[in-house]
Design a protein around this ligand. Structure first.
Ligand SMILES: NC(=O)c1ccc[n+]([C@@H]2O[C@H](COP(=O)([O-])OP(=O)(O)OC[C@H]3O[C@@H](n4cnc5c(N)ncnc54)[C@H](OP(=O)(O)O)[C@@H]3O)[C@@H](O)[C@H]2O)c1
Length: 303
């Protein structure tokens, strides 16, 4: 297949692209910066550069300014919205007007869709929540869902916190542990719905291949954990002092609104649709996922 990936240079794309190339696909990546093409991977600065006569069979929409990257100032919120909502609208508009439409769209969203939900188990049919991140996900999904009206098989991927070495949230989360300090944000009883990056890549491959699958899919491991449990799991890989909380007011002072929506509250999300479709997680439990990540990292350091 010819697969177009927006934001394919990012944390997920860096693992996804090699896997898709290995599977024999041809890749085009829409990126804001310049990169060197290879024989089966081409970089585009604009959708207009797609050849009219050999458009993509599938599109994977990953582009978006990092939600946890900066304080949510008014200007940064505008960038978060523009990079997702306007970006996805432009993508779907482009294919609405093109003679050759892709057959499949996999479009990223996030579990922030569900808002702050305590320990309520959340499957794909749970109602949306409230707050900036939830509204952003709802608007982002609404733009992607327009592709279904064009006859494109559309899968909306509500991603949990993607874990792996060399990037993503784990790099930041593990930092205090590397200095011997084990901590969790706020009470620590809020849920963290996570997924190993290998399972994200595998789930995307699964959804590309299964022609009968469309709609919303939670991309989260089947066993979400509380922030305290996550702290305990990380502690098995680092020598640290006993765990302690970073109080909520300190988190809010340091990170602003983002702390309240991403760290001090959480969602207990379950991947019901993927599991019903027969997808098998390689890393269903947090202890095993972290062991795989840190073992691979140790292997990378060997001479
Ligand atoms: N990683 C996670 O834990 C997680 C969790 C939930 C949802 N998601 C969603 O899944 C998608 C992929 O995640 P990721 O971790 O791979 O993302 P990422 O590495 O933060 O970014 C993906 C790509 O988005 C493009 N991008 C960044 N800022 C942009 C902007 N202002 N305007 C347009 N494009 C911009 C960049 O590509 P270029 O620089 O090449 O243009 C970047 O490589 C994102 O939309 C993210 O929100 C990720």
């Amino acid at each position: 297949m010819h697969i177009l990936i927006t934001g394919g240079t990012g944390f997920i794309g860096q693992a996804l692209v090699p896997r898709l190339l290995q599977a024999g696909h041809r890749i085009s990546i829409l990126s804001r910066s310049q990169h060197r093409d290879t024989s089966r991977c081409t970089y585009l600065r604009s959708l207009e550069e797609l050849p009219a006569d050999s458009g993509p069979d599938a599109v994977i929409n990953l582009a978006g300014a990092s939600l946890a990257g900066k304080r949510w100032t008014r200007a940064y919120k505008e960038e978060l919205v523009a990079s997702r909502v306007q970006g996805t609208r432009a993508l779907v508009d482009h294919f609405a007007d093109s003679a050759q439409r892709p057959r499949i769209l996999l479009s990223a969203s996030a579990i922030g869709y569900y808002g702050a939900r305590g320990d309520e188990p959340l499957t794909e049919d749970a109602a949306p929540g409230s707050g900036f991140a939830s509204q952003l996900c709802q608007d982002w999904e609404a733009e992607a869902a327009r592709a279904a009206e064009l006859g494109i098989r559309t899968c909306l991927l509500r991603l949990g916190v993607v874990l792996d070495s060399q990037g993503g949230a784990l790099k930041e989360m593990a930092l205090p542990f590397r200095f011997g300090v084990a901590s969790w944000p706020g009470t620590g009883y809020q849920y963290l719905s996570w997924i190993h990056r290998e399972d994200v890549v595998a789930a995307m491959g699964f959804l590309l291949e299964k022609d009968d699958l469309a709609g919303v899919f939670n991309l989260t491991a089947p066993a979400p954990v509380t922030q305290r449990e996550f702290c305990q799991a990380l502690q098995t890989h680092f020598r640290t002092l006993p765990g302690m909380p970073v109080p909520s007011p300190v988190m809010r002072l340091l990170l602003g609104e983002m702390a309240g929506e991403l760290l001090l509250t959480g969602q207990r999300v379950l991947p019901e649709a993927l599991q019903r479709a027969g997808f098998r997680f390689r890393h269903p439990a947090i202890e095993d996922a972290l062991a795989a990540i840190f073992d691979a990292q140790a292997g990378d350091r060997l001479p």
